[in-house]
Design a protein around this ligand. Sequence first.
Ligand code: C2O
Ligand code: CU
Length: 475
Amino acid sequence: MPDTTDRPRVGRRAFLGLTAASLGAAWVAACERSAQDVLSPGRGLGPLFGKGGGSTTRNPLRIPQIVSPSALTLQAAPGTASFGGTQTSTAWMYNGQFPGPTIVANSGGTATIQFVNALGEESITHWHGMKVDDANDGHPRLAVPPGDSYSYQFAIAQRAALNWYHPHPHMLTGKQVYYGLAGAFIVRDAEETALSLPSGAYEVPLIIRDASFDSAGNLKFGSKASGFIGSDPLVNGTRSPMLAVDKALYRFRILNGCNARVLRLALNPGAPFTLIGNDGGLLTSATSIGEITLAPAERLDVLLDLGGLAAGESVMLRCLDAGWDLLELRGTGAVTANATIPTGTLSSITPLSGPATPTRTFSFDGMTRINGVVYDISRIDFRVPVGQVERWRFRTNGNAPHPVHVHGTSFQVQSRTGGRDQLYPWESGWKDTVLLGDRETVDILIKFERTGLYLIHCHQLAHEDQGMMSNFLVV
Ligand code: C2O
Ligand code: CU
């Protein structure tokens, strides 16, 4: 049963003594962390109380248009994107939108999507997190040339989750995603609906990514072998975004859509998130948590009780490692009793049981190889028996973060040894992407329900494009 008494509330009152000036120095120090520190969450909420968002001019957060996957045409084409205010940029977009429209589908339904390539180079669309047969998976061998199209038709046969879609052409994924080709793909089911979670204006997708701009304000891309790290954040394609919020419960569906940057998310003032889901959908129960490390392609489902936020007060979603104010939530003062945080079981998740020793080991080598070899689009690197649980072990000899993504199914993370040496609440349940840091060994249990040709790769998109990817056949 939902319960309204014992839940974290966000409000400024507890933090009135703190000012930006008194904490400025701590912030500068906190923002100078090395990339290594990106992989060390759990430092607590100490340095949270930095600058508020009140002084910057903020742009209304863009909410992508919602579309159904039936008879949908998705055209990738160059165009002009507006990032808020007067700033526009040339961009590559699905249906002229940055990010692309949010596809919302019901489990049990069907997707019929025509992808039209109006770019000047080949492309194909991958439905990241969707469990589809290999003709519908957007493998790079299926890329279509400029002017051509690809027809997808697949059953939506999986649990509720925030998935996403983006291009997957050979060696061009990083550039195409960077210039704006990405969108949310939300699946709903009866289990989720029964929880009466916040919906409509109270359920907000947040695609967080970084970007760099030239002096004219246009997107600037540099393909560095070590990965593209942009100088500024965009949330749903909006610079310095602001969302006007009621005194209500909100559900944020968060995707790290960066090419390479790991985000460390927290709220200022330091209120916790109520974590309810991740890549693979709902977790077994809600967890209150102060900060969350989110690697490229990972997703989060969090609730935020803004019932205590008075008119004009605000809460900032921040990235602690970059020192970024990502999104200002500004109170309207309007009271909306829309939903409550579920306290019991959110979802029943059956743990996979499988071998205790690794069935296969994958070494993420340098910035270009898995198990010593660079990706070859026509080489099958290994074969996996359908319907059997295997233990896969991920290791690296450096150059992390490597967010490891597997196509075709979801997996359950078993352990992380070395490096951060622990698993985090957002890594429970079902996943399709897991962050492998330097010196870490991560084990997963995985099972495929259908045969076909799939991919495992690093979702640091420069690494992927440079060959840190393997084809495998489920047989
Ligand atoms: Cu999100 Cu193979 O990709
Ligand atoms: Cu990598």
